[in-house]
Ligand binder design. Structure first.
Ligand code: GDP
Ligand code: MN
Length: 379
């Protein structure tokens, strides 16, 4: 589960990392009154599950409460990188001397955490990694032994930060690691960790991911404001949940629908191996009927920026002719004119493919063939 900024910062506050004073709001009036209470400049921040909000216009510094209210009315209800803004975090503005990057990430290959620090924070860390890789410092503690003092010292000395920052940075490293352990996180990323004129390090933005199956989940949920867990999901993921579909958003542009988690995962793998970029994972499950397939198609095609759709169905319990009927219906209702390839096999496969062909839909008989076709069409 990916937490929104206002949720993640609550967890970081629990381990005594410094976070700016502030609160969440859902209306411009609320934003104004929070700004009045905080006094001075405030930052109005869109709470959406995407990065780079600053550059996209989702972070505004307001000089007084009326201005905060104006920013709030512009932001609320608008979209940022495809996500509707329904909540804003209003925090006191901090005077920044410099911006650092600090994170703990679960490296699944190593089966343990990696701590990453860079004195070049505030910007995209991937960009730093590309342009100034020597400005990124890592240590890899053993998950059983934990973060050792020598590792903290190593990262601090190597990074070349001012000696005045040693002490607060040492503490911040200890605290971020303890948050990672305590909350069963797979990612705790602070960017920027800002150095203030008072010589303090303060968390100005964070991204936290929690392992849903972690024992700590209960602890995390207790700390979050009641019933707002869904805020961390994207709009389409929420809609999928309501319909009863397993849907996970990915970064690519080929929409994928399949039945059975294993089948969908191998579909994503095969597409990726062949150079395609899947836009999502969508499992309609076993025994899906025409109606559900139709819903799935509508859901997948409502994501902007797609270049094509690949449907991979193995008809076991779900009969291929049922699936085909659902697709034909979905297509006749849909405004989508995206290239579509359907791989259909299993029970009643001949009938299914026949129905598709009669309606001008290209049917492939193997995963390999279907993947090749959709990649060719979308290139
Ligand atoms: P992101 O763009 O989604 O990563 O959102 P951030 O919360 O990191 O904000 C983007 C940038 O806005 C930060 O890197 C800061 O430079 C700036 N910013 C955020 N909060 C403050 C603040 O309190 N004071 C000042 N001066 N700048 C801030
Ligand atoms: Mn940031």
């Amino acid at each position: 589960m990916r937490l929104l900024e206002y949720e993640g910062r609550l967890l970081l506050g629990e381990v005594d990392l410094a976070i700016p004073e502030g609160e969440v709001a859902t209306s411009p009036e609320e934003v104004r009154s929070i700004a009045e209470e905080l006094g001075g400049d405030v930052v109005v921040k869109a709470q959406v599950p995407v990065g780079g909000r600053g550059k996209a216009g989702g972070i505004k510094i307001a000089g007084d409460p009326p201005q905060a209210e104006v920013f709030a009315s512009e932001l609320l209800g608008s979209r940022l990188k495809g996500e509707e803004i329904s909540r804003l975090l209003v925090v006191e503005a901090v005077e920044i001397i410099s911006e650092f990057y600090l994170s703990v990430i679960l490296d699944r290959e190593r089966k343990g955490p990696v701590i990453i620090f860079s004195p070049e924070g505030g910007v995209d860390i991937e960009k730093v990694a590309e342009e100034d890789p020597e400005k990124i410092f890592k240590v890899t503690p053993d998950p059983l032994i934990g973060l050792q003092p020598f590792m903290i010292r190593e990262i601090i000395y190597k990074s070349g930060v001012d000696s005045g920052v040693f002490k607060p940075l040492y503490k911040a490293l200890e605290k971020i690691y303890s948050a990672y352990e305590r909350f069963g996180a797979t990612l705790v990323e602070i960017n920027p960790l800002a150095l203030t004129s008072a010589g303090e390090l303060i968390v100005l933005d964070s991204k936290v991911k929690i392992d849903d199956d972690s024992r700590s989940m209960e602890k995390v949920e207790k700390l979050l404001p009641g019933g707002e867990k869904t805020g961390s999901k994207s709009e389409l993921e929420r809609r999928a949940e309501e319909i009863g579909l397993q849907y996970v958003e990915l970064d690519g542009e080929i929409g994928v629908i399949g039945n059975g988690a294993g089948l969908v995962m191998s579909t994503l793998d095969v597409l990726s191996q062949k150079g395609g970029n899947p836009a999502n994972f969508l499992d309609v499950g076993g025994g899906a009927d025409a109606e559900l397939v139709k819903d799935a198609f509508e859901l997948v095609t409502s994501k902007p920026g797609l270049s094509g759709i690949f449907i991979n169905i193995f008809g076991g319990i779900t009969r291929c002719d049922e699936i085909a009927k659902g697709l034909v219906e979905a297509l006749s209702d849909s405004r989508s004119d995206l290239p579509l390839i359907v791989r259909l096999t299993g029970t009643n496969k001949k009938d299914g493919r026949k129905i598709l062909r009669e309606h001008g839909i290209t049917a492939a008989s193997t995963l390999d063939e279907g993947a090749d076709q959709i990649i060719k069409l979308t290139n």
